[in-house]
Design a protein around this ligand. Sequence first.
Ligand code: ZN
Length: 279
Amino acid sequence: MRIANVAGRAKLLVDGGAVDIERASSGRFGPDPQDAYGRLDELGSWARTIGSADESWDPAAAGPPVPTPRQVFAIALNYIDHAAEAGIQTPLEPLVFPKYMSSLSGPISEVVLPEGSVDWEVELVVVIGTTTRHAPARSAWQHVAGLTVGQDISERQLQRSGPVPQFGLAKSFPGFSPTGPAVVTLDELDARDDLALGCEVNGEEVQKASTADMIFSVSELIAYISKVLTLLPGDLIFTGTPPGVGMGRVPPQFLQAGDRLHSWIEGLGELDQTFVGPT
Ligand code: ZN
């Protein structure tokens, strides 16, 4: 299944179009996309009975497919060559920080640049499907509802202003967490641990890698986080970015008004952000 959010309503994407989940199920499932991720098995059985699309699908009109997660985690330095370009030792355990929910946006958006040095980070985003505590890594994928594309847009001056990194705030300006275009369930993917991903700035490829290059795999991240706290249906995990961010370039390159950022993950879809100056 591919589940999207249009105007706050959950849509099932089929054959290039969409079906409104609440209307087509006569209210068996509610309209809020956030509620879909805890009922995926039920939703999947129902979805097999659905015929063709009865609405058009325009990603430009889509909101974040997971609009109000209770917890949003992100992982710093989860690809070896990105740790190297950041000038930081490869972590021995996952480095976990929050991104705040108000920074979420849909897949196609305009981002207002704050003061500072704004950078790109394409990332695989995991959507949790069940209440999860102490998940062993070997079975951790059972707790995943699906995957989507994310950008962990980052303002580097605030991030690096103190004695330790200020990740949470620096990565949570409005629009700094675009996601989408849809949450893709695992049955749609042949190689869930080996997905090509990348991004381009104004058409120039700046990041390209595979999620197989992660230091800590999706399973290991879920095991690690759920050892400490309870993961909840609809929570998000931004799983870290591969090498090629702007601060690692010589000279460093940051996003400017007018820039276009295109991000993609194999099998999941694309994001498009344009950047505008402060108003
Ligand atoms: Zn990141």
